[in-house]
Design a protein. Structure first.
Length: 122
């Protein structure tokens, strides 16, 4: 039943899942604590990998050396993933904000918009 509604396997639902047409009636609410996190980790609609969104990446000698030695995780690939995640988050934000209508405000209260975790500008 869950897969039929969300088109995402059980255990793989993330904020990215609200972009699916099948999730048009699903509301995503993120608490204010989400905004304070240095790292955000998401499964990209499957559990075979994780995408990390780092707000303030730290650069240490150990991390830099490991990345330089691993061709699969070069900085150019990381940049492409970061841009991909930013694009997904921006589209998700626009979708969420477009669904905030008068009925939603009446149902959830006038503070609905302030409770959403907003990344970037619309």
């Amino acid at each position: 039943m869950f897969f039929l509604t969300h088109k995402v396997p059980l255990g793989c639902v993330t904020p990215f899942a609200v972009m699916n047409e099948s999730a048009r009636d699903v509301s995503l609410l993120l608490d204010q604590g989400f905004k304070t996190q240095e790292h955000c980790f998401f499964h990209p609609l499957s559990n075979d990998m994780t995408i990390s969104k780092v707000v303030n990446p730290s650069v240490s000698g150990k991390n830099t050396k490991e990345k330089a030695g691993n061709k699969a995780h070069s900085s150019s690939n990381y940049s492409a993933v970061e841009l991909f995640v930013e694009e997904i988050l921006h589209k998700t934000l626009r979708l969420l904000l477009s669904e905030i209508k008068e009925d939603s405000i009446k149902q959830h209260g006038e503070n609905l918009g302030s409770r959403l975790r907003i990344y970037g500008k619309v």
